[in-house]
Design a protein around this ligand. Sequence first.
Ligand code: MN
Length: 522
Amino acid sequence: MPTPIRIFDTTLRDGEQSPGASLNHDEKVQIARHLEAMGVDIIEAGFPITSQGDFEAVKAIGKDLAQSTVCGLARCINADIERAAEALKNAHNPRIHVFCATSNIHLEHKFGKPFEAILEMSVKGVEKAKQYVDDIEFSPEDGSRTGIDELEQITRAAIQAGATTINIPDTVGYSMPAEYGAIFSQLRERIPEIDRDGIILSAHCHNDLGVAVANSLAAVEGGARQVECTINGIGERAGNAALEEIVMALRTRADFYGKYTTAIDASKIYHASRMVSTLTGLAVQRNKAVVGQNAFAHEAGIHQDGMLKNRNTYEIMDPRDIGVPESKLVLGKHSGRHALADRIKELGYAVDDETLERVYHDFKELADKKKDVYDEDIEALLDQGLSDGKEQYELVRFHVTAGTEQTSMAYVMLKTPDGEMKGDTAHGFGPIEAVLAAVQRIAGVDARLEEYASRALTGGTEAMGEANVRISSAGRMARGRGVSTDIIEAVVIAFVTAINRIAAMGPAPETHEGDTAGFASP
Ligand code: MN
């Protein structure tokens, strides 16, 4: 009998803490649904005390998903645990994940408390969480830099208090595989209850030194039965261990790892990767293992010759195994609502009728301008469709002048949330600055453009241009993506989308009492 390795996905919690990633509510729900369809065992949907958005996401996803366990993160503080419990109140399969820093460096600089006090705080946290749900995970934050004696002590105490999963995070990505794997075998040796009572040990690794996946696999060999990871390896700093790499390593090297298995349907990996990169705006590096654009390309002549003779010569995985489509499916202006809905579903999205209607409307407009509509185009339309709410600004028309010996002037007209048409004119050093200034005047928002990038989305002379912007306004950050056959129009759409997102966030986030350490997490 193979040993099951539980896949705990934290794309929506640790991944969403990636600098630059921010997902709105609908986007989080889309990703969670796809993760469940993939067979992810546990989905960490947020850190409810940190924001209303995280609270709502944990609440909605917990209620929506009937298969996967849905987890909310909390510090060992009553207010955190109560907030997580409240968010999970109607969840089908709830888990509360409590954590407390245990390494010397954290104790000295973060808490100024001795280990005994941390131990007591952790036990109280687990006991408190246990009053609300049965499934409790405990993490000694910075566990890999905590002494093994302390780890043993706190693991025992957390188990006695009711924790059923003990996660040993390599919070700062410092550990090396042999070292990290040994923590797990040592804990199992020192605490026989782990194996006897079916307590799950879990790995949580960061990629600061590029060994997050190697560490996770070493942990599995040491006895970890849960691995925490994210799609595309997104996460704080250098990111978390990548789900697709762990799953495909265990699968491709079944000859070596034979006795371990995951419940993941690998054929949904490709779409998961595309979805997360589309919705977070975090591009996947071309040479990224498993899901990068070059991962399956064999362009060097010598390889191609070998490939023709036998695929296995240079390719250890079959692209079809992770769901890379064999040929490009193209839609056009004669494609109906039904064909579009089918394509959206194949891309891994589960949208409601209202969103489908919005996307279909945009699709028709696009298909009029552009003969062939590719998956990339549909993903971009979905991204726009999911960020559109009601009551928001919408681009009606614009006009802009640009040239070598003049400042640019732009006229923009937007439909306001009240349905009113409002136009304004502004100047700028270039066409982009001018249109953005005009949009800001109409919306009455003072925003700063933090990042801007544009590129051709699909090939050919009728190519779609894509613009990505990141703006900040009064301490809030938002991303926007726009797609059009006109690149300046794409920029305006991206900017209006970002402004709408800022408006949807409501007032700037507040900080909580006693929150001197900020919202650090395992
Ligand atoms: Mn982490």
